[in-house]
Design a protein around this ligand. Structure first.
Ligand code: PLP
Length: 395
């Protein structure tokens, strides 16, 4: 049976491509299909579009376009930052610091570098998912070449104190530079924050920053890595001289153009965020009023305005997701990026959510098309679903 409703509350997994983004992309499939490296008219048109998009993204991040390298998405950007900096600087040190609540697209490349002889320190977070900058400071050794801490968490939305961590690294780097020692690089995975909150690489004080288009109403399969000038980094892919020799492969011009358009729209729509936050809070307050044994995960205020992670005690997240789906509500169990896996979320484990709560954890992530009526519908249906599942589990 196809449900009457279709309420998408999984915007942290991916967003619908904005119609204006699709419109901007189409000419680059139909007429302007040139290779940006070709010197004829069609190639030059593609190249101009590529550089336009690069400057839109650079501008949004408060930097020059030359600092932006296009990639195939957040996963590649993170791999490039982590492996690229570690391989290039391996003569200087073999120690990486990250946090226990990073996305797999950071944790796995870090683990890979362990297999290449690097030591890895995973700093813990508090009950809200916050990293303590002083823990980073204590973890840094003479061998540290890279610190990678995410900007906003994809599951619980907690926003990390990136500027404070950057200030600590800057202070240590000043000392290192004075002693003629190599510096520590600071990378942030900003895939969930980019387009939702203003990000300025100078204010943040970071050296490398990963972004992805499909989290901000752009197309899938395209992203970028900001690389501060002077950063010592090796390319992941070898081949042609695309992207200043940093990322070989013919650029995906339609997707990159769509990415640029999505960033322009995100900039224009930043003021819609308050409405989304109001809807998110209405959802939580309503659920909290109607359902017993429910718990909010993540920081109450230092959190992405669209993200609501809740645990329903004693339940199983897969049954909740399936029952929500039957009512036309599309949400995610733990992290959608690791869907298919029935392991408990490493993020919820890291913030200390206990066994009886962790299994019943759902992430609702709200976006530009969510309406007040959608939330009212959810508040009518979700309590019934939870009550029904609880009555079944006690039989
Ligand atoms: N980093 C974070 C925090 C994410 O949420 C995701 C995707 O969900 C990624 C990285 C991976 O990005 P992509 O899907 O563009 O490879």
């Amino acid at each position: 049976m196809i449900p009457k409703h279709s309420i998408y509350l999984d915007y942290n997994a991916t967003t619908p491509t904005h119609p204006e983004v699709v419109k901007a992309m189409l000419p680059f499939y139909k007429d302007e299909y040139g290779n940006a490296s070709s010197i004829h008219t069609k190639g030059r048109a593609a190249h101009a579009a590529l550089e336009d998009a690069r400057s839109i993204i650079g501008n949004f991040l408060g930097t020059e376009s030359v600092d932006i390298v296009f990639t195939s998405g957040g996963t590649e950007s993170n791999n490039f930052a982590i492996k690229g900096v570690c391989f290039k600087n391996k003569e200087h040190g073999n120690h990486i610091i990250t946090s226990s609540i990073e996305h797999m697209a950071v944790l796995e490349p870090c683990k890979f570098m362990q297999s290449q002889g690097f030591d890895l320190t995973c700093v813990n977070v508090d009950e809200y998912g916050l990293v303590d900058p002083l823990d980073i400071e204590s973890a840094i050794t003479d061998k540290t070449v890279l610190v990678s801490i995410m900007h906003a968490n994809n599951e619980i939305g907690t926003i990390q104190p990136i500027e404070e961590i950057a200030a600590i690294i800057k202070k240590l780097n000043q000392k290192r530079i004075a002693e003629n020692k190599p510096r520590i690089y600071f990378h942030t995975d900003a895939v969930q924050a980019f387009g939702k909150i203003p990000l300025d690489v100078e204010t943040l004080g970071i050296d490398l920053l990963s972004v992805s288009a499909h989290k901000l109403y752009g197309p899938k399969g395209v992203g970028a890595l900001y690389i501060r000038k002077g950063t010592e980094i090796s390319p992941l892919l070898s081949g042609g001289h695309h992207e200043r020799g940093l990322r070989a492969g013919t650029e995906n011009i339609p997707a990159i153009v769509g990415f640029g358009k999505a960033v322009l729209l995100a900039k224009k729509n930043l003021n819609q965020n308050k409405n989304i936050e109001i809807l998110r809070d209405k959802l939580y307050e309503g659920l909290n009023k109607k359902i017993k044994d429910i718990k909010l995960n993540g920081h109450p205020t230092k959190r992405l305005f669209n993200t609501l992670s809740v645990s329903f005690k004693g339940l199983d997240e897969e049954s909740i997701v399936v029952n929500l789906d039957l009512k036309g509500i599309f949400a995610s169990a733990g992290s959608a990026c690791s869907s298919g896996s029935i392991e408990a979320s490493h993020v919820l484990e890291a913030i200390g959510v206990s066994k009886e709560w962790i299994k019943g954890s759902i992430r609702f992530s709200i976006g530009s098309s969510t309406t007040d009526r959608d939330i009212s519908y959810c508040l009518k249906e979700i309590p019934n679903i939870i009550e029904h599942l609880r009555s079944m589990s006690f039989k």
